[in-house]
Design a protein around this ligand. Structure first.
Ligand SMILES: [Fe+2]
Length: 197
């Protein structure tokens, strides 16, 4: 199994520079490369005896970091492809989020402010069993995931995602720029796919 980096076609985004995206896409490709490297090494060591037990354990731990880094960045960049769109009140995602939070705009205000110190990810997850959305904070790329829940939105809160464009204390402006640039039709498609699971 070998992963290939996606060739994202990103539009011009107000508030997030091309320099930031170029640097960030380079980092994303690094996660794909290292995921492949780790899987190759794990396969090589799979038939070894106890002498490599600690090496294998560490490689597996590291796989959680690199693999999740790869997949979260695909959700992050994938939601920007095409162009920024808005949702109609008839879309399934719009209706579901308004049902839980009172209105779409109330939820968007809460989610925009949702942030935490330290590198990591702000996620919007959806629990199909309970018909419930969760705002999840994932430290690094792998700590804090809610098992089995599909991710509908993933916002990168690592410094590399915004420090070329904003001061450290202006992370909120970066989050606003990202959410404004989202192709919400993609978000609706993700939500509809999650509901079918
Ligand atoms: Fe990132």
């Amino acid at each position: 199994m070998t992963y290939t980096p996606h060739d994202f076609k990103l539009p011009t985004v107000e508030g997030i520079s091309k320099e930031t995206f170029d640097l960030h896409l380079g980092l994303y490709k690094g996660y794909v490369t290292h995921t492949n490297l780790l899987m190759e090494q794990l396969n090589t060591l799979a038939k070894s005896g106890d002498e490599f037990a600690y090496t294998i354990a560490e490689l597996r731990r590291r796989l959680g970091f690199e693999w999740n880094g790869m997949r979260l960045h695909e959700l992050y960049f994938g939601a920007l492809e095409g162009k920024s769109t808005t949702l109609t009140g008839e879309s399934k995602f719009y209706k579901a989020i308004a049902k839980q939070y009172g209105s779409f705009s109330k939820w968007l205000e809460i989610f925009t402010k949702f942030s935490a110190r330290g590198p990591g990810w702000a996620l919007l997850n959806y629990d199909t069993e309970a018909d419930h959305f969760y705002h999840t904070w994932v430290a690094d790329h792998e700590i804090g995931h809610l098992a089995t829940l599909p991710t509908i939105i993933a916002i990168d809160h690592w410094e590399h995602a915004y420090l070329l464009d904003y001061a450290p204390g202006e992370k909120g402006k970066y989050v606003e720029a990202y959410l404004t640039a989202l192709n919400w039709e993609t978000i609706d498609t993700r939500f509809e796919a999650a509901m079918k699971k």
